[in-house]
Design a protein around this ligand. Structure first.
Ligand code: SF4
Length: 449
């Protein structure tokens, strides 16, 4: 059950050179993803992080003065950055600081914030944007890029709008600047997240912003174009999560076909019966959705579609459930997650009649998973023999583990490169696929890419 505790506020002061700024961006990105709010002043903040500079004496003095001011105004201060490399320089003057770390110590700073100002929303797979493992282990070569808060929909099983309010989109130039900073700091894959990525900017009337003199509209297509242009020769992968099945999603498929952003769409369809979709207050025209999926695949044959579904929603009859299985067969989705419906406190769906009995829910969930497992295995089998670009996530004594463009970290499958120990996390390599199962692939690298 999500906590209704308001998000803690972090004041952030970044002193020093562009490299320190890149560190600040990584820390801010991570804090934002974990639900902390970033505020511009000491007084509104529950805690202050000072990213220091220790390059010359004047910069050191400025850092010490800033820490002193933050302690006096706020009291709870965490120090990071170049001057923190020598902890005693800081603690001798300011013994009350809560934690000191050196440059590029993203994990330590975020860990210290969480230790001294804990904010942990219990994980709820229906509403959380990032899997719990994703938050703990986000390695340096991928980062979650949060583009908005809140949601304008009112799906009856969901309490996000009542907890976080209506959609508030970040200005496009802010998001693009953050993404640029992440790419500069070595991020190779950007995972775009929000409650509803396709609604991005609707609250701002798609306001035009300016990034380095170029107009960028606060709109999904324009944002995708701008993200697709980042990085020059070291262009990152850009992956879209939580896209609502609106008609204008059609507009970004050409960008995927051109390789500007990954041919990957994470669209929670939730059900395949128009009656249940209506009860969920989701778009109910499932035939249009199917036609749209087929058109997308014609335009971009490599498109991977991941989705989530709820089984056993109140009022779901055997015939509704059969329509859901029929939808799965017709849509041939690549990756699917499913949950048996369980009431969330405060959700409108709790008042709906005809709840489905627990054992029937579980039976349906198993039938659903069996149906999809066959589809997923068959789709993965089609990849055997192909050569594709893989990003490496981990390397140990047994070999490397990576992911293809079709696999988002933590939620999808992986590609095992057995015995290949000379890769580094974040490397892009060309791999020929030799085997598959229901989730994962195995292959051998044929070179860097
Ligand atoms: S689209 Fe629906 S499920 Fe998603 S956050 Fe909005 S109300 Fe909740």
């Amino acid at each position: 059950m999500p906590s209704s505790m308001p998000a803690p506020k972090i004041g952030f002061i970044s002193l020093g050179c562009p490299k320190a700024l890149v560190d600040s961006e990584r820390i801010l990105t991570q804090l934002r993803v974990e639900g902390y709010e970033i505020v511009p002043s000491y007084d509104d903040a529950d805690m202050v992080v000072v990213n220091t500079c220790g390059f010359i004496d004047a910069a050191k003095q400025e850092s010490l003065d800033t820490i002193g001011e933050a302690l006096a105004e706020n009291g709870k201060v965490i120090v990071t950055g170049c001057m923190g490399a020598n902890e005693q320089d800081i603690t001798d003057v300011h013994p009350k600081v809560l934690d000191v770390s050196g440059p590029h110590a993203y994990e330590q700073v975020v860990g210290a914030v969480k230790q001294h100002l804990p904010y942990r929303k219990p994980h709820n797979p229906h509403i959380d944007l990032v899997p719990p493992q994703g938050i703990k282990l986000t390695p340096r070569h991928f980062a979650y890029l949060k583009i908005s808060e809140g949601c304008n929909h009112r799906c009856t099983f969901c309490i996000i709008p009542s907890m976080r309010g209506d959609l508030v989109s970040r200005p496009a130039n802010d998001v693009v600047a953050e993404a640029e900073g992440l790419v500069r700091s070595g991020v190779k894959e950007l995972l775009v997240i929000s409650q509803d990525t396709s609604a991005y900017g609707v609250d701002t009337k798609y306001r035009t912003t300016f990034h380095q003199g170029q107009p960028v509209k606060t709109k999904m297509l324009d944002l995708c174009r701008a993200l697709g242009e980042l990085g020059g020769d070291s262009a990152p992968w850009v992956r879209l999560h939580y896209v609502y099945p609106y008609p204008h999603v059609d507009d970004i498929i050409p960008l995927m076909a051109e390789g500007k952003i990954l041919p990957y769409l994470d669209i929670p369809f939730q059900h395949g019966s128009p009656k249940i979709l209506k009860a969920m207050k989701r778009p109910g025209a499932i035939d249009n959705t199917l036609a749209r999926i087929h058109r997308w695949r014609e335009q971009c044959p490599d498109l991977t579609i991941r989705s989530t579904f709820i089984v056993g929603f109140p009022g779901e009859t055997e015939s509704d459930f059969q329509q859901l299985l029929d939808f799965l067969e017709a849509a041939q989705l690549d990756r699917v997650g499913a949950f048996a419906y369980s009431p969330v406190e405060g959700a409108a769906a709790n008042a709906l009649p005809d709840p489905v009995e627990e054992d029937i829910k579980q039976q349906r969930l198993e039938r659903f998973m069996r149906t999809q497992a066959k589809i997923s295995s068959a789709r993965l089998r089609q990849k055997v023999g192909r050569t594709m670009q893989i990003i490496i996530d981990e390397v140990d004594a047994e070999g490397a583990i990576g992911r293809s463009k079709a696999d988002a970290p933590e939620i999808d499958g992986v590609v095992y490169l057995n015995g290949e120990t000379d890769h580094q996390p974040g490397d892009f390599v060309e791999v020929t696929i030799s085997a598959s199962d229901e989730h994962d692939l195995w292959g051998t690298s044929t070179g860097a890419s």
